[in-house]
Design a binder for this molecule. Structure first.
Ligand SMILES: CC(C)(COP(=O)(O)OP(=O)(O)OC[C@H]1O[C@@H](n2cnc3c(N)ncnc32)[C@H](O)[C@@H]1OP(=O)(O)O)[C@@H](O)C(=O)NCCC(=O)NCCS
Length: 139
């Protein structure tokens, strides 16, 4: 399937976000909230199926634009996984953020080998999660 990579959610509507994102989340954001996440992020890269027009993968980044960036979400919908889309999204985002000192991601141990391929290294993190807000609350 031909994939086009986009650096902006401009013009994107919620119905163009493919079903299957946030797989396994007990209380996932609805597509409109997902779109708000993309619009509210300083940087995004989107993978769009050129045939269907559906966005099938995305990565977003929050940053101060000077020193630090955080990548909260990277996802490819299950039916498009294992085709190199996640690698391409990460490659593009890391290039976008390449002038910054620190680029952080929090992930499960099982995903550390995936991120190590981009020169990232394991470290420690502290988290707080408000699970009653997991579906998102646009401000
Ligand atoms: C992680 C994820 C984004 C990878 O996307 P993808 O498009 O399937 O990945 P790619 O096809 O680009 O894979 C690139 C390489 O990473 C490997 N890889 C993919 N997913 C992996 C995983 N979960 N753990 C370890 N390696 C993984 C692939 O096997 C592939 O290796 P190869 O080059 O030797 O074949 C995707 O599995 C996903 O959306 N998972 C659910 C959400 C998630 O866990 N996101 C990360 C949150 S921190």
């Amino acid at each position: 399937m031909p994939i086009r990579y986009l650096h902006s959610p401009d013009g994107l509507t919620a119905d163009k976000l493919a079903p299957g994102f946030f797989s396994g989340w007990p209380n996932p954001p609805v597509p409109e909230t997902h779109l708000a996440i993309l619009r509210g992020s300083r940087h995004v890269w989107l993978a769009q199926d050129e045939v269907t027009g559906l966005v099938v993968g995305f990565v977003n980044a929050l940053t101060d634009g000077v020193l630090c960036a955080f990548i909260p979400l990277l996802e490819v919908v299950p039916s498009y996984q294992q085709q190199g889309i996640g690698r391409e999204l990460m490659t593009r985002m890391l290039e976008t953020l390449s002038s910054l000192y620190s680029i952080d991601i929090v992930c499960d141990a099982a995903l550390q080998p995936f991120y190590a391929r981009f020169g990232m290294q394991p470290y420690n993190a502290m988290l707080k999660r408000n699970y009653d807000a997991q579906a998102g609350r646009p401000t």
